[in-house]
Design a protein around this ligand. Sequence first.
Ligand code: BDP
Length: 329
Amino acid sequence: MVGLKTLKKALISGAALAVLSISAHAADLVLRSSDTHPDGYPTVEAVKYMGKLVEERTDGRIGIEVFHSAQLGEEKDTIEQTRFGVIDMNRVSLGPFNNLIEETRVPSLPYIFRSVEHMHKVMDGEIGQDILDAFEEHGLIGLAFYDGGARSFYNSKKPITSKEDLAGMKFRVMQSDLFVDMVDALGANATPMPYGEVYSSIQTGVIDGAENNWPSFESSGHYEVAGYYTLDEHLIVPEVLVISKTSWDKLSPEDQEILRQAAKESVPYMRKLWAEREAASEAKVREAGVEIISDIDKTPFIEAMEPVYEKHVTSEKLKDLVERIRAVE
Ligand code: BDP
């Protein structure tokens, strides 16, 4: 159910959007796409690239404008607005979808993927397509999966070298019950909050730390306030590009196909940028003097996840997805 507050927010942003969209794009139809990341971030650049392809292939009839840096709001809110057609497109982590679309919980499970390569194989294949299809009954069309690397814990207090070191510490997680339970199962305390509030919350000591991949740790500036990064790599959560079903249904089948294809072609482009950005972000964070703890035994972390799987892999459908993912070599 959409609360009144959400609706009101959506309407206000809608008005703001109307003003914002009188912009550089000359296309007849400009699809507005949201991203929490700053300009230049691989996800932002990938959607811009997709827009270029779409503009070329529709002879300038359709364009995409990316509103980066959370200009349209934090993910939880922009997801709602995309579902109701106020925002056309959105590039988001799968995490904030977990409570809404149960299928997204499976690729968001801690340690479900053995490696990024395993994740690529799964998400590029039939399983990925099944998960994309699950968006439709929630008012969204899933277009493509992007990379989100591996996420690990960082904090402002001390080097974490084992699961025991996490005891009692307070970590921010994305707004997903699954991640709250993940952190709790590790003996720490989880605080779900929007991405944009993390920096000041670490700085003021509201939380001890958070968890993310190299590019986000760097681009958000969190490394400036959290000097310890432990590479436990508990999550390899894919990111997703969606379009509002309201916007989608207004397009001709030919234009829908152009969009689908362009989104697909933006994936290898994104992965190339991602690999470059991961290396650059790591170098920047190391240079800044952040202590990196890479020699960590992941086994206790993996074992602690058993109750999390039990609690969140609830239906036969989800159990089946877990098995299918594990069976991918
Ligand atoms: C980043 C994801 C972004 C999430 C953010 C977060 O790309 O979609 O908003 O993490 O932790 O890695 O909220």
